[in-house]
Design a binder for this molecule. Structure first.
Ligand SMILES: N[C@@H](CCC(=O)N[C@@H](CS)C(=O)NCC(=O)O)C(=O)O
Length: 217
């Protein structure tokens, strides 16, 4: 029998959703275990992730945190179409997009714009206009870079999904749930076209945190 796969994560976490998109793309049977990283974490969880974030993947006795390590592991460890393009340039572009998203996109697009214009109001929590504005300003360069990548056509093509697409999609989903984010994306024609194609994929629908999710694949 195959070793069981468990994903410890929070349903509203973009990083958790990235890992789920990859698991679903590779058709890996798995169980999800809900962990809210913003609440007090158990000692047992901190043994899995000493930095107290989500997600964590376990595959039998193998334990792994850091989303880009998790997604690369899933892609290599399981059968199915590879989610990493062939060719040094395309692969480097994929790696670059993932690194840019982690370093420059997550905070302004998700934690500033979406959190303060969409998620906090959704939860009935206080939000800050200043955070939205600062986040929008910082998002500009990110969107412009991603537009160039989508135009180039190595990754973010909307056709063959790669790990870069899986990394960006949950963040873009949060970003455009804010009216300000939606308006900021629309002038970027190639990126908007990418999002129009990716946002309707079954794997996106199956991992939508605002609709009912099943516990496993
Ligand atoms: N570098 C980590 C980032 C993961 C991360 O920041 N996850 C967020 C949820 S989207 C989290 O756990 N936040 C908890 C906190 O900031 O305390 C990864 O790639 O997995």
């Amino acid at each position: 029998m195959a070793d069981p796969v468990h994903l410890h994560g929070y349903r509203y976490s973009v990083y958790n959703r990235i890992a789920r998109l990859v698991l679903l793309s590779k058709k890996v049977e798995h169980q999800t275990i809900e962990v809210n990283p913003f609440a007090e974490l158990s000692e047992a969880y901190l043994m899995l992730h000493p930095f107290g974030r989500v997600p964590v993947l376990t595959h039998g006795a193998f334990k792994l945190f850091e989303t880009s390590a998790i997604t690369r592991y899933i892609d290599r460890a399981f059968n199915g179409r590879s989610l990493q393009p062939e060719g040094a340039a395309a692969l480097a572009r994929m790696d670059q997009v993932i690194a840019v998203i982690d370093a420059y996109a997550y905070w302004p697009m998700v934690r500033q714009v979406s959190s303060h214009a969409f998620f906090r109001p959704f939860l009935g929590e206080q939000s800050s206009r200043e955070e939205v504005d600062t986040g929008l300003e910082a998002s500009r360069k990110v969107l412009s870079f991603l537009e160039d990548v989508a135009e180039e056509g190595e990754v973010l093509t909307g056709r063959d999904i790669t790990l870069a697409d899986c990394h960006l999609a949950p963040m873009m989903d949060y970003f455009v749930r804010a009216q300000e984010g939606k308006a900021a994306l629309s002038p970027h024609r190639a990126l908007q076209r990418w999002w129009d194609q990716v946002s309707v994929l079954d794997i996106l629908k199956a991992t939508d945190p605002f609709t009912v999710q099943t516990a496993s694949k």
